[in-house]
Design a protein around this ligand. Structure first.
Ligand code: UFG
Length: 332
């Protein structure tokens, strides 16, 4: 019995692989290495370079390794890019997921865990947002993921497969043992951008909009440590393997920080006062989004890293580690 992790050479996927390998699971990673890195894949697991939509390859992996579960991370994740290039998102996040699910069903895979996103909610009125809130994504990214959620639910109703959907809030931080971290070239996520600016890799950074209807006018997000996030996947997989029902869960801590608060935290953790500009809003950004995490907590999830300063510290440590590598991924 083994688990197929797609996108296991990427940021969150590589942490999932560490979590599973630490728990003694057999793992196969499938990654096309367009945004991931082979050196992020733990040496205890097998890496296959290829595409999740390659039905022949996926079927072969499932049969040869007796895959009982798939954890599907591979996809595109940048909200503003999805506004500029929606078809890339409908291909990578929707069409490719369809093909992977088809191969899973054909190969008799029992459980399918899918990386979804808080972006499926869109503009949220009530906070924190629960899983049964109205789904009204405001970006192609959110819509591309929501379509995959629906596909999965329809397929599970028709075939003997159960699923777990995790809607991620804002994932940050790095493996506490510093075996992996956010390494994506040209990363756009706030904490990553801020620690790179602190380290002088960027001359300045911009706050995208300060006229939102939030306490300080900047967007509010629920930042969750990547180690807590992958632990939630492990828990959900255990639930499905024990015969539990398919479910969709939010993954966040249930509290939010504004962009200005995050930047202040990065300045205090690093001890560096870097330049910050206030610029216009970025397309596709909801003002505020915080997780209602009751469902995942009811499954027994107990976060261990709910501390913004600690999350920033690990992100900062990882960024400094990347600086020591000759093959450091490009920053911009
Ligand atoms: N931001 C800045 N300056 C930057 C980078 C980001 O002001 O240089 C702001 C953004 O405008 C936003 C906030 O910081 O208000 C967070 O932005 P990120 O790009 O870090 O993350 P997003 O909120 O856009 O997206 C992330 C994930 C999605 C998830 C979403 C849920 O990538 O998968 O959080 O809120 F859906």
């Amino acid at each position: 019995m083994a688990i197929l992790v797609t996108g296991g050479a990427g940021y969150i996927g590589s942490h999932m692989v560490l979590h599973l390998a630490d728990a003694g699971e057999n793992v196969v990673v499938l990654d096309n290495l367009t945004t991931g890195f082979s050196w992020l894949v733990d040496h205890r697991v097998k890496l296959v370079e290829g595409n999740v939509a390659d039905a022949e390859l996926v079927s072969k992996i499932i049969a040869e390794n007796e895959i009982d579960s798939i954890i599907h991370f591979a996809g595109s994740i940048i909200v503003p890019e999805s506004v500029e290039n929606p078809l890339k998102y409908y291909k990578n996040n929707t069409a490719n997921t369809r093909d992977l699910i088809a191969a899973a069903v054909a190969g008799g895979v029992k459980h399918f865990i899918f990386s979804s996103t808080a972006a499926v909610y869109g503009m949220v009125g009530l906070e924190p947002v629960a899983e049964d809130a109205i789904l009204s994504p405001v970006s192609p990214y959110g819509r591309s993921k929501l379509m995959s959620e629906w596909m999965l639910a329809d397929v599970a109703a028709a075939h003997p497969i159960t699923y777990g959907v995790l809607r991620y809030f804002n994932v940050a931080g790095a493996d506490p043992q510093m075996r992996s971290g956010q390494s994506t070239a040209g990363a756009t996520h706030l904490i990553k951008v801020a620690v790179q600016t602190a380290l002088g890799h960027r001359e300045t950074m911009s706050v995208f909009g300060d006229d939102y209807p939030t306490p300080d006018g900047t967007c509010v997000r629920d930042y969750i440590h990547v180690a807590d996030l992958v632990a939630a996947h492990g828990l959900l997989l255990g639930h499905l393997r024990d015969g539990g029902e398919s479910t969709t869960v939010n993954c966040g801590y249930g509290r939010g920080f504004s962009v200005d608060e995050v930047i202040s935290t990065v300045k205090s953790v690093t001890g560096i006062d870097f330049p910050v500009e206030h610029g216009p809003r970025r397309p596709g950004d909801p003002a505020s989004i915080v997780a209602g995490a009751d469902r995942i907590k009811a499954l027994g999830w107990v976060p261990k890293h709910d501390d913004l300063a600690g999350i920033v510290e690990m992100a900062y440590k990882w960024e400094k580690y990347l600086d020591t590598r000759n093959d450091r991924p490009s920053i911009l």
